[in-house]
Design a protein around this ligand. Structure first.
Ligand code: NAD
Length: 372
């Protein structure tokens, strides 16, 4: 059974879906792997490394030939989807809401599209969870961006030139990315505060040594996620946090509600009360931003406060982001192969949850509703 891995073509995407190490393991288990030449270059994995691991390297024209499975990071574009035979299994991030036209093409072409971001967040699927692995990377990079853009030291320093107080860093939204941002800022020596609407998140932040800001708003949703706040709750939240935010040198925001626009945690007036030189890094920029001033993919400066809305942070740490992503795919591949043959059990909770299109139909309920 053959897996194809084309080179990523999305602007700025440096990751690759499989690494030589994972290719070697897949080949050992009976897969054939064919990569487009240069597929790993952005993440510093050489064609020679893949060849030594047992992969075949071909130009783009040949990469999809005889492939029953295609692995990628970003979704394939329409012209390529139109060349794949019906029944081909695609596994990549799919962003169905961002491009419904692509979902239509996936369905019309009879492709079995697995959207990796839809893999259920259940214990058994943790090893395949690309949202978690890539959020870990994003949280780490966010803390570094904050440190690099702050005109202050993060750690406390006692020097002959005087004593420096540690920077005050607030992380809002303490899921996978937020926890990694907390851990990274702590390692750099900052004083770290954390805020989330879920109680479990507060406990995890505490265990990393952060101080927790507690408000009487609790918004535990389904499956370990937060629910959307009511307008009144959101107003109370902003009011209660305004004073805390004003004291911070750095605010890193990561709050998300699955399938919705990111909640607004920082209003324009809250940013106006921050000190000049303060930095906001908004990890939710891709889904609308947690700060009213965020411009996706840009940094803006308002009253001396920098508001940075970075996109695709995992790509900046392409080596480790790819290694983690590839291991997630390796674990997913185990669900597809049985006795050396391609035999996915589509009723398996993990595959069924991630299945976006199959057999000419859109299988993912919320996306189907958007299309109707
Ligand atoms: P996410 O990216 O959807 O959201 C990030 C954080 O934002 C969450 O902690 C959420 O509570 C918070 N948030 C949302 N609205 C907010 C608001 N108005 N104010 C403040 N904070 C707000 O979340 P995630 O990182 O993907 O993970 C969320 C949870 O799922 C975590 O508890 C995590 O441990 C759990 N999880 C479980 C598994 C698994 O079991 N396989 C895998 C991954 C994550």
């Amino acid at each position: 059974v053959r897996i194809a891995v084309p080179r990523e073509t999305a602007p700025g995407e440096r990751r690759v879906a499989l690494t030589p190490e994972v290719v070697a393991r897949l080949v050992k288990e009976g897969w054939q792997v064919r990569l487009e030449r240069g597929a790993g270059a952005g993440a510093f994995f050489s064609d020679e490394g893949y060849a030594a691991a047992g992969a075949e390297l071909v130009p783009r024209e040949g990469v999809f030939e005889e492939a029953q499975v295609v692995f990628g990071v970003q979704p394939l574009e329409k012209p390529e989807l139109e060349r794949l035979p019906p029944g081909t299994i695609l596994a990549s991030l799919m962003y169905p809401q961002r491009d419904l036209e692509r979902v239509r093409t996936l369905a019309e072409r009879g492709l079995s599209a697995l959207a990796l971001e839809l893999i259920p967040r259940i214990t058994r699927a943790q090893s395949m969870d690309v949202l978690s692995s890539q959020a870990t990377v994003a949280g780490y990079v966010a803390a570094l961006i904050a440190a690099r853009n702050s005109p202050r030291f993060f750690p406390m320093l006692t020097t002959a030139a005087g004593t420096v107080r540690p920077a005050k860093v607030l992380v809002m939204g303490v899921g996978v990315a937020g926890l990694q941002a907390i851990a990274t800022a702590k390692r750099l020596g900052a004083g770290v505060w954390a805020y989330d609407v879920r109680k479990a998140a507060a406990e995890q932040a505490l265990s990393l040594g952060a101080k927790v800001i507690e408000l009487p708003i609790s918004a535990e949703g389904e499956g370990g996620y937060a629910r959307q706040l009511t307008e009144e709750e959101q107003r109370l939240q902003q009011q209660a946090l305004e004073g805390e935010v004003a004291k911070m040198d750095v605010v890193i925001t990561t709050a998300q509600i699955p399938g919705r626009r990111a909640p607004t945690l920082l209003t324009q007036s809250m940013v106006a009360r921050m000190s000049p030189g303060a930095v906001v890094v908004d990890l939710a920029a891709e889904s609308g931003g947690n700060c009213e001033l965020t411009r996706p993919g840009e940094g803006v400066e308002v009253g001396g406060v920098k508001v940075i809305g970075p996109l695709n942070l995992p790509s900046e740490l392409a080596v480790h982001a790819s290694e983690m992503y590839a291991k997630n795919l390796y674990n997913l591949a185990k669900l597809l192969l049985k006795n050396g043959g391609l035999e996915p059990d589509w009723s398996d909770e993990v595959l069924a949850g991630a299945l976006l299109t199959q057999g000419g139909q859109v299988r993912h309920g919320p996306t189907r509703e958007l299309l109707e």
